[in-house]
Design a protein around this ligand. Structure first.
Ligand code: FMN
Length: 401
């Protein structure tokens, strides 16, 4: 991609031939607005219609699961044969009618599966304060690529226009990449070639399932931000290999949701921009930075400076879903980011944005002024209520294993 400094309103043709109508995308955000039984809701249809109408070229639905026991949150979507396909089609139809893309982020929360109703497994067992998980058996690892492929096939069938494999933020595929969390001594652990084997196999299986003309992206960490975790150097080495697998958009993020660790949805953002520049110079795959864009000037500079091909704006589009339209029209109208008085509870900022997403979906965002603590409590209450529905629908978290 080097050598093509672009403007915000320029279209981008992805390697598979699909076209993004401009350079602004909404990265995956777990909207937590599913039915509680893995199905799509009218709230989600309204939400993604709003982001499309606001001018974003692409919205990625966060944490779409193939395995209901690998959920990140009981508001996640689950794509399975018994699901409500009409509800999913309503979301994809309304979100793509104006020419925007809607991709499903294929997730598996791994050790971070939702407490109580998820099955916590990772490449290696963990016993940390506040977080324990079991080691994933080889047989289960071997089943995963087919599971991701089946999920991608359903995503395509119900009208998503692309998929993104989630390999960032400490969820399962990110844990496999990380030497801190993956201490296996079989072919799935050890040297980087082994630690990235699962991601590569998943990407291959997904590509085979959706065909060569359907967008397949990957979200990967530049670094976990943890001592002994994935380094920039190893991430870049993994990206070089991934780029040869025929992917369409590489989204670069950082951080993990492990207790006490830095997370992407709570950080100031922008920490990955320097790394994106290196990636963009190293591989011929379009690069998107997950966040760190608060102003139009920053977004234009990142495109013109050949740091990224696509500007990912997550929290900014929760504050103002019409931002892409304004920015591509040349209006320097930037969102006003909230300033929270500390000390903040862990996850409080993410909860504030999560509940504001719900307000956007309900068109009640004007006057939204929850405190992070109140947002956390509201989210927990909503999750508790949905957790019961989840277990009633999908059964015991051990998944019969
Ligand atoms: C409420 C919320 C939910 C998020 N959920 C996801 C998710 O499901 N998957 C994901 O890859 N990233 C998720 N993120 C991280 C964003 O995609 C993005 O990487 C991060 O917010 C930085 O971008 P920003 O500075 O534009 O906000 C989430 C962020 C927020 C604020």
């Amino acid at each position: 991609m080097a050598g093509v400094g672009a403007a915000l309103s320029d279209a981008l043709t992805l390697p598979c031939g699909a076209v993004l109508r401009c350079r602004i995308a909404k990265p995956a955000m777990s909207d937590s607005l599913g039915s509680g039984a893995g199905d799509a809701t009218p709230e989600q249809a309204r939400l993604y219609q709003r982001w499309a109408a606001g001018g974003a070229a692409l919205s990625i639905v966060g944490e779409v699961q193939g395995d209901p026991h690998a959920l990140e949150n009981p508001g996640n979507l689950v794509l399975h044969a018994g699901g409500d396909m009409d509800a999913l089609r309503d979301v994809t139809r309304r979100a793509t009618a104006s020419g925007a893309h809607l991709w499903a982020q294929l997730g598996h929360a791994g050790a971070l599966a939702h407490a109580g109703i998820g099955r916590r497994v990772g490449p290696s067992s963990l016993s940390l304060d506040g977080l324990t998980c079991a080691e994933m058996p080889v047989g289960e690892i071997e089943e995963l690529p087919a599971r991701y492929a089946a999920t991608a096939r359903i995503a395509k069938a119900v009208g998503f226009t692309g998929v993104q494999v989630h390999a960032a933020h400490g969820f399962l595929l990110s844990q496999f990449l990380s030497p801190l969390f993956n201490r296996r001594s079989d072919i799935w652990g050890g040297a980087l070639d082994n630690r990235m084997r699962l991601l590569l196999t998943v990407v291959d299986a997904v590509r085979a399932a959706v065909g060569s003309d359907f967008p397949v992206g990957v979200k990967i960490n530049a670094t976990d931000g943890l001592a002994g975790g994935l380094s920039n150097q190893e991430s870049l080495a993994a990206i070089r290999v991934l780029a040869r697998q025929g992917i369409d958009l590489l989204e670069v993020s950082e951080g993990t949701y492990f207790p006490g660790a830095p997370s992407s949805s709570e950080s100031e953002g922008g920490g990955v921009h320097g790394f994106c520049r290196r990636v963009r110079a190293a591989v011929p795959v379009p690069v998107m930075a997950a966040g760190g864009f608060k102003t139009r000037v920053q977004a234009v500079a990142a495109l013109e400076g050949e740091i990224v091909d696509v500007v990912g704006v997550a929290r900014g589009l929760v504050l103002d879903p019409d931002l892409p339209r304004a920015w591509t029209d040349g209006v320097d109208e930037d969102p006003t980011f909230p300033r929270f008085a500390g000390p903040l509870p862990e996850g409080g900022v993410t909860a504030w944005y999560t509940m504001r997403i719900a307000a956007l979906a309900a068109h009640t965002e004007v006057g939204y002024d929850l405190k992070p603590q109140t947002a956390l409590a509201a989210m927990a209450e909503r999750d508790r209520e949905r957790a019961g529905r989840w277990v009633a629908r999908f059964g015991d978290p051990s998944g019969g294993r």
